[in-house]
Design a protein around this ligand. Structure first.
Ligand code: IPE
Ligand code: IPE
Ligand code: MG
Length: 235
């Protein structure tokens, strides 16, 4: 791999449709979706990616039927309990981004325990956006700035970066969204200012290591200019 690719973020979409197409309940799609997460983290470690972010549950998703929300939270809880050992063995540091105040205490305890116990892991950072929305993250960062009485004339990009949930994490180089939808749905809206996008029709439960690698190779072919002109362009 030639181009620097530190951070890949994934909007895991299409679980419900995957299940409905098969005459299965939506939660079966979520269950299959969780299986894919393990496979993609493993692939990312092989590709030497430093940070992988998964959009697992948005603040807007709290408005889904109570039963579906309960099932997703239960899957999350079971996944973290089951994966802790694997995280430790593979050197996966787990971090949650999102609004902790909306998450039931029992689930939050497991999330924070997983964060604590994997703090020393160094192979990869697996960030999970749970109860996350980009606008909410920005609003909370503004509250923090006011609470910390930061001098308004000193506020710059670095200060904002340090107040976001993603403090210390590089911006995503590549954002992948499955299921054919071409939108951010409130995901990393500040951090994605110069991200590349990869959209695929594949539904998340069908997204394989091969397609992940394909997305990375596609990224490698792109030219990022960040508002400048290519170094090979004649002026
Ligand atoms: C993504 O799949 C998972 C979550 C949002 C929790 P969806 O549940 O949105 O699946 P579709 O988009 O309805 O197919
Ligand atoms: C975005 O998917 C959130 C996650 C993948 C967790 P949604 O299915 O909730 O997004 P919309 O409603 O299609 O924009
Ligand atoms: Mg969806």
């Amino acid at each position: 791999m030639s181009k620097v690719l530190k951070h890949v973020a994934i909007i895991m979409d299409g679980n419900g449709r995957w299940a409905q197409m098969r005459g299965l309940p939506r939660w079966e799609g979520h269950r299959r979706g969780v299986e894919r997460v393990r496979e993609i983290i493993k692939a990312a470690i092989k590709l030497k990616i430093e940070v992988l972010t998964f959009y697992a549950f948005s603040i807007e998703n709290w408005q889904r039927p109570k039963k579906e929300v309960e099932i997703i939270m239960d899957l999350l809880k079971k996944h973290l309990q089951r994966e802790l050992n694997n995280f430790l063995l593979q050197g996966i540091r787990f971090i949650m981004i999102g609004n902790r105040s909306f998450i039931p205490k029992e689930i939050l305890d497991i999330i924070e325990k997983t964060e604590r116990e994997t703090t020393h892991c160094r192979e990869i950072i697996a960030q999970f956006a749970i109860s996350y929305s980009g606008r909410d993250e920005i609003i909370r960062s503004i509250s923090k700035a006011i609470r910390q009485k930061i001098d308004p004339d000193k506020i710059d990009e670095n200060i904002i970066n340090s107040l976001l949930d993603t403090a210390g994490i590089p911006d995503p180089d590549l954002i992948i969204r499955t299921s054919g939808e071409q939108r951010l749905s409130n995901f990393l809206i500040w951090q994605s200012a110069y991200s590349e996008f990869y959209f695929t029709q594949t539904l998340w439960p069908d997204f394989t290591e091969d397609e992940f690698t394909e997305a990375i190779l596609d990224f490698q072919k792109r030219q990022r200019r960040f508002g400048k002109i290519s170094e090979f362009t004649r002026t």
